[in-house]
Design a binder for this molecule. Structure first.
Ligand code: HEC
Length: 207
């Protein structure tokens, strides 16, 4: 029996599809790239040694004094240090609060960001009862246990210093400048202050 022509064409297309199609396996072979001109390019891997630069680093350090163009041009807002670069900024800069919708919205934003970035270690109440803190103290690594925010020293350090702690990290605490934008870091500072106020005067927890 001969099939009509259009059936023959359909059948041969199906057969070709079956022969050349996906075999359902993962291959380890290199992909077939007919035109290779942009496929292979010379590049360095991160941390790779460079024969070109005198210090041997392919990852170039920032030019000294580089100021991020995305950051706030106000040095106090950007760094937590007052303009003369010596004293800490004492309070969360007003303009940052205002441009983020005012006090209540700013604290709410700070709470949300705090619970994401800080609570795993510092605990939702700022009392160093986060799951990471519990884990490291269970392992006996006391140097990795964060301090509670509810002690006199941390209650009295300036807002700018808390901001700089988030920005640069401190001793065993990592830096968050890369993952938390400037205004959000100030929002977190505001929320940490709110946590401290809410705990002040409360009888200390039983040990
Ligand atoms: C991975 C765990 C971890 C996370 C996440 C973390 N911290 Fe810390 N933090 C620590 C540890 C550990 C210390 C104590 C460091 C030390 O003294 O060695 C610390 C110390 C601090 C201090 C006290 C600094 C001082 O002057 O002694 C402040 C304030 C602080 N953290 C704020 C924050 C805020 C705000 C966040 C969220 C943006 C945050 N931390 C996120 C682990 C963490």
């Amino acid at each position: 029996m001969t099939l009509p022509l259009n059936r023959q064409i359909l059948a041969s297309l199906l057969l070709m599809g079956a022969l050349t199609g996906c075999r359902g396996q993962v291959t380890q072979d290199a992909p077939v790239v007919p035109i290779r001109n942009m496929y292979n390019q010379p590049r360095y891997d991160s941390q790779e040694r460079s024969a070109f630069f005198q210090d041997g680093r392919t990852m170039r350090p920032q030019v000294e004094g580089t100021v991020s163009r995305e950051d706030d041009p106000n040095i106090g807002v950007a760094t937590g240090r007052a303009d003369d670069n010596a004293e800490w900024v004492l309070e969360v800069p007003r303009q940052v609060v205002q441009r983020n919708g005012g006090g209540a919205a700013f604290v709410a934003r700070g709470q949300e960001r705090y619970n994401i970035y800080c609570a795993p270690c510092h605990g939702e109440g700022g009392d160093a009862l986060g799951p990471v803190a519990a884990r490291v103290s269970g392992l006996g690594v006391n140097s990795m246990v964060p301090p509670t925010f509810h002690d006199d020293r941390l209650r009295s350090i300036p807002d700018g210093q808390v901001f700089a702690t988030i920005t640069h990290g401190i001793r065993n605490m990592p830096a968050y400048a890369q993952s938390i934008p400037t205004d959000d870091r100030w929002a977190i500072v505001t929320y940490v202050r709110a946590l401290q106020l809410s705990e002040q005067g409360r009888p200390s927890r039983p040990e």
